[in-house]
Design a protein around this ligand. Structure first.
Ligand code: BES
Ligand code: ZN
Length: 444
């Protein structure tokens, strides 16, 4: 195994699950490991405490006549459950079939470490970087970056930069370099419907009082019409229509046909808004999703119970120019209006993040495309992403800089799921990409 892979494995072994407070010590240990690594590269490195998980910032010596590039990544990861479905221990990285199997291998440690090693190689080969560099690594991306926005506000002068680069998104297919110029936003909410004061015998009381699980099914169903259009009043008001040039461009992108979506998801059919391709539905249209739903008996066999309550967790993916706070208010009104009779409703508003959209043909955008072409030996495709990285729009609003999304994840890397994996080839291409990127961004 190469020294680069051995080092990545050290980074991957930390179970830095940000959402789970029992892993807070592991998140911290992972941050401390990063500080040691970045310091050893001769970068001036600081660990900043926050209300929860630390932020790590590292920089070279900045000079007045160079471009300043901020590279962002996150060292926290998603939980591993369901554990039983993993083919190897989630935090014991292994290489099989040319892929690194580990939670965080792709999202985001492998991609983030490719940035670090690209910088390290450039420093080794040239003794210096062609740009002023700021590394900004957080441990809270997977929980909505609650402490990073205040950190940006408090440190906006030290973090001022000309452009930002992030590898935390996808490639449309293996070997197809992909530059993202958009991300969907997100808005989360949870609903609890309550009926009787406790679970009831469904024979003795069923028919006399409302069933909260039935009520929840009706409430969930009220979000869409039969064609899949979202029924929340005013939901589409601020949706920016797709541009003709994007639709034309996306027609020729490999890896995103309906057949591709069927193959990678295993679903029996594609489904979505009329008049749009699958890629358009994911990259440029908003959605309303149920992420979890429950209430009543979940065990084996049947149990004749009328549950006391039911819950559902929702997230809405948003596109320019939808505002998460505005959407959450509209959603709240919708839930209140459509709450079935006989139950009481509690709506808990969760975290949110704005959508992002940039011009892929800016000077920095073109520089990034040249770097992608050099690293992968072919011209990149330009896409928007269905996923969200809430801090990216905050970077623009607070630091005034746009972000280049240089994704290295493949559609089957299984991020957030059991058996997350990252091809060794993508890791190596990522290191090379970062070497080219620094050089190209220096030209502007
Ligand atoms: N790396 C992902 C986002 C991503 C993945 C964007 C693939 C585009 C393509 C990131 O770590 C993530 O999972 N983000 C969350 C954000 C949420 C927790 C606020 C998401 O999109 O669900
Ligand atoms: Zn993630």
């Amino acid at each position: 195994m190469t020294p680069e892979l051995l080092e990545l494995f050290e980074f991957l072994r930390f179970p830095s699950v940000s959402t789970d407070s029992s892993h807070a010590g592991d998140v911290r240990a992972c941050a401390a490991w990063l500080v040691t690594k970045l310091s050893s590269m001769g970068l001036q490195t600081e660990l900043h405490e926050t209300a929860r998980h630390p932020i790590v910032v590292a920089r070279n010596e900045h000079r007045a006549n160079r471009k300043t590039v901020l590279i962002y990544g996150h060292y926290d990861v998603q939980p591993v459950d369901p554990l039983a479905l993993w083919h190897s221990a989630p935090f014991e990285p292994e290489i099989r079939e040319g892929k690194i199997w580990c939670r965080g291998a792709t999202d985001n440690k492998g991609q983030m470490f490719a940035h670090v090693l690209g910088v390290e190689k450039t420093l080794r080969e040239h003794g210096d970087l062609p740009v002023n560099l700021i590394f900004l690594f957080e441990g809270e991306e997977e929980i909505g970056s609650p402490n990073l926005t205040p950190f940006l506000q408090a440190h906006r002068e030290e973090l001022r930069c000309d452009v930002i680069a992030v590898s935390d998104t996808g490639m449309v297919a293996a070997g197809v370099p992909t530059m993202g110029y958009g991300l969907r936003g997100i808005a989360c909410a949870e609903v609890i419907l309550r009926g009787p004061k406790g679970d009831l015998h469904s024979g003795i009381y069923g028919g006399a009082v409302a069933n909260p699980a039935t009520a929840m099914a009706r409430l969930v169903a009220s979000l869409h019409d039969d064609a899949g259009n979202i029924q929340v009043e005013g939901f589409y008001d601020d949706v920016r229509p797709l541009q003709d040039w994007e639709r034309e461009m996306w027609k020729n992108i490999p890896g995103v046909s309906d057949a591709d979506y069927l193959a990678v998801t295993g679903s029996p059919a594609v489904f979505g808004e009329d008049g749009y391709s699958s890629a358009e539905r994911v990259w440029a249209r908003p959605t309303a999703e149920v992420n979890g739903i429950g209430g009543g008996y979940q065990g084996e066999g049947s149990k004749t119970v009328l549950p006391a309550q039911a819950f559902a967790k929702f997230s809405f993916r948003l596109v320019p120019d939808q505002e998460p706070k505005d959407i959450l208010e509209k959603v709240r009104l919708h839930f209140e209006k459509h709450c079935p009779a006989g139950v009481s409703i509690e709506i808990e508003i969760g975290h949110d993040g704005k959508p992002y959209h940039a011009d892929p043909h800016s000077d920095f955008g073109k520089a990034a495309q040249r770097a992608l072409t050099s690293a992968f030996g072919r011209e990149p495709v330009l896409i928007r992403e269905g996923g969200s990285i809430p801090i990216i729009q905050a970077f623009r609003e607070i630091l005034g800089a746009d972000t280049l999304l240089l994704g290295l994840a493949l559609p089957d890397c299984q991020i957030h799921a059991p058996n997350e994996n990252f091809p060794v080839a993508n890791f190596e291409a990522g290191i090379l990409l970062n070497q080219h990127l620094l050089r190209e961004l220096a030209k502007g």
